[in-house]
Design a binder for this molecule. Structure first.
Ligand code: SF4
Ligand code: MG
Length: 318
């Protein structure tokens, strides 16, 4: 069965400086155990908010999250505690996510001790060495501080910190976006190797469809807090259905040769404070009609298995 059987958000609003930000609405997806689901969209589409709500770094206020058969979105702090170690997050920026005053050993010892109360000092030292080795950092460097490492090495240390509590689910929010292009593939490969070795389940957040193709089982495309399309990777890249997915793919040269009809976006991303009525994408969609401007499309499963929220696709005119 799925590890995250149901992540469902409706009318999830955050109040920010007296305005209501409609962060997540019409988002529903599940993630199978040992699988990678990538969530992709332009900045401001709500993908980071979704990631943080799923592991409850943010409190979702209109939704439901079922994790390993249990509803967790409404758990108290105390009852959420056991889940906090089962799910971990890796952040985009390895410069700000590691405390500069702590050595690598200190950074890793803290979660190891917290998770394994019965460990002796020797056990903790062994575990530090083990996770450092697993991410490709020499355990002899345990006394070094974050500034003594490169960006890629820091991200490896951040991944080691996530592994220190033996999680089963990792949310990685743009984990390679801040790194040099030359080392991005190494960090991606490390994440994939760790998934194999440990049977990890990933939610991978990215703004770039070209990055996630080879690492994902399924891809979710989001726009303005709404899920547009959720499909198996092969389907999404060879037969994108939602106009927004097609526009994102059209912008990537390597997909230029594929058979789908290309699409160029009009206008800019609107603000999430005053969401457009109807389909949130209608202001930029060349297929928008009257129904699109008034009625929000509901996500539906097509015969090909892809789930798409679009009136035009549903009516067979796209
Ligand atoms: Fe375009 Fe209408 Fe589909 Fe929205 S529902 S993507 S506006 S065709
Ligand atoms: Mg973000």
């Amino acid at each position: 069965g799925g590890l995250l059987e149901q992540i469902r958000f409706k009318n999830n609003k955050f109040v920010r400086e007296q305005s209501v930000v409609h962060a997540l609405n019409g988002v529903s997806l599940d993630i199978g155990r040992g699988k990678t689901v990538s969530v992709v969209g332009e900045s401001g589409c709500g993908k980071s908010t979704l990631a943080r709500c799923v592991i409850r770094l943010y409190e979702p206020n209109g939704g439901q999250i079922i994790y390993d058969g249990k509803r967790i979105d409404n758990l108290s702090h105390k009852h959420m505690a056991p889940y906090r170690t089962r799910m971990q997050m890796v952040f985009q920026d390895p410069y700000s996510s590691l405390n500069p005053r702590m050595s690598v050993a200190q950074i890793l010892e803290e979660p190891i001790r917290f998770h394994n109360r019965s460990y002796t000092a020797g056990d903790v030292t062994d575990k530090v060495a083990e996770v450092m080795q697993q991410v490709g950092i020499d355990p002899l460097w345990r006394k070094r501080f974050p500034h003594e490492f490169s960006g890629g090495q820091r991200q490896r240390i951040a991944i080691a910190r996530a592994l220190a509590v033996d999680p089963e689910f990792i949310v990685a929010d743009e984990p390679i976006a801040a790194l040099d292009v030359s080392i991005q593939a190494q960090v991606l490969n490390l994440l994939m190797d760790l998934q194999q070795e440990r049977g990890l389940t990933y939610m991978f957040i990215s703004h770039d469809l070209s990055v996630v193709e080879h690492i994902s089982n399924e891809v979710a495309v989001m726009y303005l807090g709404t899920l547009c399309e959720f499909a198996e990777t092969e389907n999404l890249y060879s037969n994108p259905r939602h106009p927004y997915t097609r526009a994102l793919l059209s912008a990537i040269p390597q997909f230029g040769q594929k058979g789908f009809q290309h699409l160029r976006l009009q206008g800019d991303v609107p603000t999430p404070i005053d969401l457009p009525s109807g389909c949130v994408f209608h202001g930029r969609c060349p297929y928008a009609d009257k129904r699109c401007r008034t009625e929000m499309p509901i996500i539906r499963r097509l015969d090909c298995g892809s789930q798409v929220a679009c009136h035009g696709v549903e009516e067979g005119r796209i």
